[in-house]
Write a protein that binds this ligand. Structure first.
Ligand code: HAM
Length: 429
């Protein structure tokens, strides 16, 4: 019987894990340089954590179940709601702003395709209690900085403000439920579907035209003036546009000018309230969005005080894919530096001692555990990517020496056992 992986999941082998670890560590470095501390939350949570804002419909898109105590639980589809819960449980009294980052797997019941999985990883952050637009600008600068550090090129940073469209809809007294439908359709980016929906909902033709114009807006800061003239009669939308302008000015002082204003960003999740942003990498097909985030009001929704919060998450798997597509070099060290090979069975104990000494010196060392003949050991060590083999022979040991073989050049020479780790350490750096 062959048991295969569940649909939408993956196994990662050694090389890929080395690459992922490298990227994870680089992201950690950047986030920590911006003052973020790492947190971890449970993989499963109370189902209500995810249905409170998004409604029962979200159950279709997530993994949820009853446990043996009849509790309704869900595998987390994302980490912003869990972090808001953690804040309410543990951190309300902590001095603000609180900067938290996380790296963990998420689960969504989606139709798997390239770049879209049922288990995937997010590397993200939440900045709780920072005043906008400076907090927003810093969060956005960090996202761009992180990608630069990874060596990713050709990514597009799109920034918008949900408040503009939402205010227009509220001013026109479009019901909350209909607003959600409209935002959902904007998020899909399907203009025909949006047109039909606006028609169906009897949205005033003037507003309909304004919305269709707004979602097409793309450009640098100069588009702000153009938008201002379109929305000048709606005070809420004008305020949101001013917020966006202030954010872009602040972002420039953080050193980032390479962004695209995009008022068609609606974000799939329901909790965003203002600035939103997404990062795209072309060449990834339909799943080109490698990151998304914005300003949200979840803490208030869960019964806490209103606290300004902003965050984003990298789709870690998509970042890996983007790096691969752009042939970005990721330095991958093999997981073995040295292989120790006893030349005869009576040298095994000696080989184990040498192995342990090297390991204690911090050198990645493996030893023959299969009682193979030397020729086979060399083939195995070569296949495993060992850079050196230490040949342990009775005659050499009698004089306190071993033979060190460089697997790349094939050169080998006798080394005093006491000098072994210094010599290997020197060679492998
Ligand atoms: P999100 O846009 O739903 O936002 O997810 C963040 C990123 O996760 C996406 O941009 C995408 O790269 C990746 N992603 C989403 N679904 C999948 C999937 N099925 N397979 C592979 N990658 C996927 C959030 O989750 C928000 N919590 C982000 C945030 C943090 N907002 C504020 N703070």
């Amino acid at each position: 019987m062959e048991i295969s992986r569940p649909r939408g999941t993956r196994d990662f082998l050694f090389k890929e894990m080395e690459r992922r670890k490298y990227v994870e560590n680089k992201l950690r470095e950047v986030f920590e340089n911006y003052g973020y501390g790492e947190i971890k939350t449970p993989i499963f949570e109370d189902l209500t954590l995810f249905t409170t804002k998004s409604g029962e419909a979200i159950k279709e898109e997530i993994y949820h179940f009853k446990d043996k105590g009849n509790r309704d639980l869900a595998l987390r589809p994302e980490l912003t709601a869990p972090v808001a819960r953690l804040y309410l449980n543990e951190l309300q009294r902590q001095a603000k702003p609180i900067k938290m980052y996380y790296f963990g797997s998420c689960f969504r019941y989606e139709r798997p395709q390239a770049g879209r999985f049922r288990q995937f990883w997010q590397f993200g952050c939440e900045l709780i209690g920072g005043k906008s637009p400076e907090a927003e600008a810093e969060v956005i600068a960090m996202a761009a900085h992180a990608l630069e550090e990874l060596g990713l090129k050709d990514f597009e940073f799109h920034i918008g403000n949900l408040g503009i469209i939402r205010s227009l809809l509220s001013d026109a007294e479009v019901a909350e439920a209909d607003q959600e439908k409209i935002m959902g359709s904007v998020d899909k980016g399907d203009v025909d579907e949006l047109k039909n929906l606006l028609q169906e909902l009897n949205v005033h033709p003037g507003l309909k035209e304004t919305l269709l114009n707004l979602i097409e807006v793309r450009g640098h800061k100069e588009v702000i003036e153009k938008v201002r003239s379109i929305i000048e009669n709606c005070k809420g939308a004008s305020n949101s546009l001013n917020d966006l302008e202030e954010l872009l000015n602040t972002l420039e002082t953080f050193g980032y000018t390479d962004y695209i204003v995009n008022l068609g960003i609606a974000r799939g999740l329901d909790y965003y309230s203002g600035i939103v942003f997404e990062i795209y990498v072309s060449g990834l097909g339909a799943q080109k969005q490698i990151s998304g985030g914005g300003t949200y009001n979840l803490i208030e929704v869960f019964g806490g005080e209103p606290v300004e919060s902003t965050g984003f998450a990298f789709g870690f798997d998509r970042v890996m894919e983007a790096l691969k597509k752009q042939n970005t070099e990721i330095p991958v060290k093999g997981h073995m530096d040295v292989f120790v090979a006893p030349l005869s069975q009576d040298m095994r104990a000696e080989a184990f001692k040498i192995t342990q000494n090297l390991r204690k010196e911090g050198i990645k060392t493996d030893v023959d555990l299969a009682k193979r003949k030397i020729k086979k050991i060399l083939t195995y060590a070569n296949n495993m990517g060992a850079r050196y083999v230490v040949l342990v022979g009775a005659k050499d040991i009698a004089t306190g020496k071993v033979t060190l073989k460089n697997m790349k050049s094939g050169d080998q020479h006798l080394v005093d056992m006491d000098d072994l780790y210094v010599e290997i350490g020197h060679e492998i750096g």
